[in-house]
Ligand binder design. Structure first.
Ligand SMILES: Cc1cc2nc3c(=O)[nH]c(=O)nc-3n(C[C@H](O)[C@H](O)[C@H](O)COP(=O)(O)O)c2cc1C
Length: 180
């Protein structure tokens, strides 16, 4: 749907009512320069084979590097990594300055203390309007205990169990710290 009657801002606000986690998606540029951006468009695609997706705005400065990369890493942020999210959502010469990271598959930066990391081969990318949809084939993944940083209606949030729900295994849903 397009045209003069289509309210893009209202559309964006409506989309924002679907809460998400937050990731920092990273890769290594051809000049060995680490690249990364905050993205909440990450999602699961397939279990067998293990595939995930995310979307990158076509005007993003990091677009040429991601289009050319063989690998990227998806760092799922913990609730105490709000500053990392803000940092990687702001264009900068070196977003990695002061950030603790190591090289993963294909050199893609793995950010220390991430809740989960999916190290992916850049398998495919598809046209998606003003974004490009990247499909990653997951080659390695790790996850640790903790709670995720959330994004909902344009603001950061933290997860808490529904008061009416009974969780026999809080670890399984990432609420462990909050349940203690
Ligand atoms: C919570 C949040 C989620 C975001 N999700 C995306 C996303 O999924 N795709 C995208 O292209 N930009 C997203 N952005 C914007 C980018 O992080 C931002 O434009 C960044 O500067 C792009 O990196 P670059 O300038 O190095 O290309 C998001 C920003 C925030 C704060």
């Amino acid at each position: 749907m397009t045209g003069p009657d289509f309210d893009t801002r209202a559309f964006r606000n409506a989309l924002g009512l679907f809460p998400t986690g937050i990731t920092v998606i990273t890769t290594l540029g051809p000049d060995e320069k680490p690249e990364g951006l905050t993205a909440n468009s990450f999602g699961a695609v397939s279990l067998e084979p293990a595939l995930v997706h995310w979307c990158l705005g076509k005007k993003a400065p990091s677009m040429p590097v991601f289009q050319a990369c063989t690998h990227f890493a998806i760092n799922v942020l913990k609730e105490d990594q709000r500053d990392i999210s803000n940092k990687f959502a702001t264009p900068a010469v070196d977003k990695f300055e002061g950030v603790d990271w190591r090289r993963g598959l294909g050199g893609s930066p793995i950010i220390a203390s991430s809740l989960a990391v999916f190290e992916c081969r850049h398998t495919m990318s598809y046209e998606g309007g003003d974004h490009l949809i990247f499909i990653g084939g997951v080659e390695e993944f790790t996850h640790v205990q903790g709670a995720p940083l959330l994004f909902s209606a344009g603001a950061y949030g933290v997860a808490r169990p529904h008061p009416d729900d009974y969780h026999p295994d809080p670890d399984a849903i990432g609420f462990h710290d909050l349940m203690l």
